[in-house]
Design a protein around this ligand. Structure first.
Ligand code: HEM
Length: 277
């Protein structure tokens, strides 16, 4: 007696999740929760990063000291980086899985789309999301690794900012912050709803909260490239030597060059004045 071969349709059927946790994490509400919780973590990161960047207003020493502080515990720095990467990965995974579920729930496309309650920001999430990801990749290659920076100095974050954010690149940063605004505004609002804020009663409070948070973060970020482009934040001519932002630069300052052995002693001559920059 020959065994009955499974039909191609049965072969393609997805394997149902085995346990409750798995079922929850692959359900629409579970995926929305993943999006919301990773969204909270990423929002806190951008808020912290924006506040850190404002050190640029205090000058080179303050910003470089801040960068040095972040590198004080390399293990912690790498743990935070790994955590961030995981958050971004889970955020994207949940978005894609939800989109797939929605498409499967309505296999036939709408003949004519009618936008009612959805705002421009909510419809543009699938555009602002990938563009933001592209910006973050460029941004890391620009200000963290220096791969695409014209005069990167691993010991001087302030220098990298003021020489890297002028002109066209500054404009790209400002446009990216506009994209971040659209993404954050809708993201924070949906996150509040997923986490239980009742839309009817507290709808306007939630929208106001999302608006204030988004304005604070994006304006706080955008002022830096805007003021660099305007020349308000610029190179510090009389700045002390760049503060150390890596282990190599933490070495004690070099002693002054000794006088050449052949030079005759000039007892009565006054010391030459330091060269003014
Ligand atoms: C005008 C806006 C921004 C400025 C001026 C800025 C500035 C900087 C600077 C100077 C660094 C290097 C810090 C260091 O090496 O110590 C950095 C790193 C980074 N920034 Fe930004 N940033 C901006 C916007 C953003 C945004 C919107 C995001 C995310 C959505 C972001 C994510 C990151 C990440 C992930 C790193 C790498 C951190 C690490 O070293 O692991 N930045 N940023």
């Amino acid at each position: 007696m020959s065994a009955v071969a499974p039909s191609p349709a049965a072969e393609r059927r997805p394997v149902p999740p085995r346990n409750r946790v798995q079922r929850f994490l692959t359900s629409s509400i579970g995926l929305k929760l993943i999006m919301a919780l990773t969204g909270v973590a990423l929002s806190l990161f951008v808020l912290g990063h924006m506040l850190g960047n404002l050190q640029a207003f205090q000058g080179a020493e303050a910003l470089n000291d801040y960068a040095k502080l972040l590198r004080k515990e390399p293990a912690l720095l790498w743990a935070v980086r790994a955590g961030l990467l995981t958050m971004v990965g889970l955020h994207i995974y949940a978005f894609l899985a939800l989109a797939k579920k929605n498409a499967a729930a309505r296999p036939q496309a709408y003949r004519k789309r009618v936008w009612r309650e959805s705002s421009y920001a909510s419809r543009s999430m699938k555009i602002t999301g990938p563009l933001l990801l592209a910006f973050i990749i460029f941004h890391i290659l620009h200000l963290t690794t220096g791969t695409v920076h014209p005069s990167f100095d691993a010991h001087d974050v302030y220098h990298n900012v003021v020489t890297g954010l002028g002109g066209l690149v500054g404009l790209i940063y400002v446009l990216a912050m506009a994209m971040l605004a659209l993404h954050l505004w809708h993201g924070v609002w949906s996150m509040l709803l997923t986490l239980g804020l009742p839309e009817g009663r507290y709808g306007s409070t939630g929208r106001a909260g999302a608006t204030i948070f988004t304005a604070l973060v994006t304006i706080g970020f955008a002022v830096v490239p805007l003021l660099v482009m305007a020349g308000v934040i610029g190179p510090e001519d009389a700045a002390p030597p760049p503060a150390a932002t890596s282990d190599a630069a933490l070495a004690p300052p070099r002693p002054a060059e000794p006088e050449p052995a052949t030079a005759a002693p000039k007892a009565a001559e006054p010391a030459a004045p330091a060269e003014a920059k």
